[in-house]
Design a protein around this ligand. Sequence first.
Ligand code: SF4
Ligand code: SF4
Length: 367
Amino acid sequence: MKNIYFASARSMDFSYQTSMVAKLERMLKKMDLSRHITKDDYVAIKTHFGSEGGHRIVRPIFLRKVVEAVSSVGGRPFVTDTVRLEGLEYLETANMEGINYLSVGCPVVLADGISGKNYQKMKAGQLLGEVKIASEIFDADAMVVVTHCKGHIQAGYGGAIKNLAMGAVPGNTRSGKSERGRIHSIDTQLSWDEEKCELCGDCVEVCDHDAMTMGDKIEIDHFMCHKCRRCVEVCEQEALHLPIVQDEFQLAMAEAAKAALDTFKPNKVIYINFIMEVMPHCDCHPHSDVPVINDQGIIICDDIVAIDQASLDIIENAGRLPDSKAENLNPKEGLLFGLTGRDPYVHVDHAAKLGMGKKDYQIVDID
Ligand code: SF4
Ligand code: SF4
């Protein structure tokens, strides 16, 4: 059974020591990073840089504490994510979110390069066969996966597995095709219904990947499409369709995350999940809805399955917030299932089946 360190988000005394920042410092000490990081290791601190308009991500102050902890044991940290917008624009997004050298205290780099096309190929499972892994993650000696937990339109939940499955693969292949799109939607593609479309242009505007153009009809560039579903969500006429092959996507996610972890020697990766500001949707959306539960806290562990299992259990057992998307859900249904229509445990179960970790855990409270 895995020990998972947990620090509650409650902070009731007038003292730095009760802050989440101080609690994270204590958790990192308790984890003893020297068991995972040796002197001069290049350490990727993998997080999500967010999006313009979406502000609920892991805040720079927490990233800085992770950077300091990694440096204190002799590691050479860099904060990283893969390209979601054209590379330099995505770095600017990070900067707008407050993630830059000055705030986090180390270089902030795109793991797949400015073009989003720097990667190495890795063997994956039955669904994906092979998957591309961003070069700077492939080449790193160790990694700290820092994740903001939330709902996800296709996976039900976005945690550590999702952070790697989508975030450790490059934005594009050398030929310009979307690698992330291949995982997002195996064997399906976006279609447009001319009869329903009113040519409002909202879908073209919301697409971050220049995969749509509008003249007297909508043209979709399937080569460029990441199958992120933003356009489907924004279309009020329901003129865009991208079938969700629910289980396949979640199974493929677990395969992709495993391929990323297979680039590391054993015992070189740890995970920190922030169960705070849990939104119904992903950090890549161009907005942030209000949280569906109160802030729960931070958990830390060296097992990707245990940490996502524990995070899901904590989220599902939390009280649902009024005036949020959770308010009128059926209380007999799981919270994330109610929000997304997906069973979020599918990919965690599959990750366990692939041998990526254990579902059994025990929570160890950190004061
Ligand atoms: S958002 Fe929908 S209605 Fe508007 S242009 Fe796109 S497909 Fe047509
Ligand atoms: S799913 Fe829609 S918004 Fe997303 S990349 Fe494809 S065309 Fe663009």
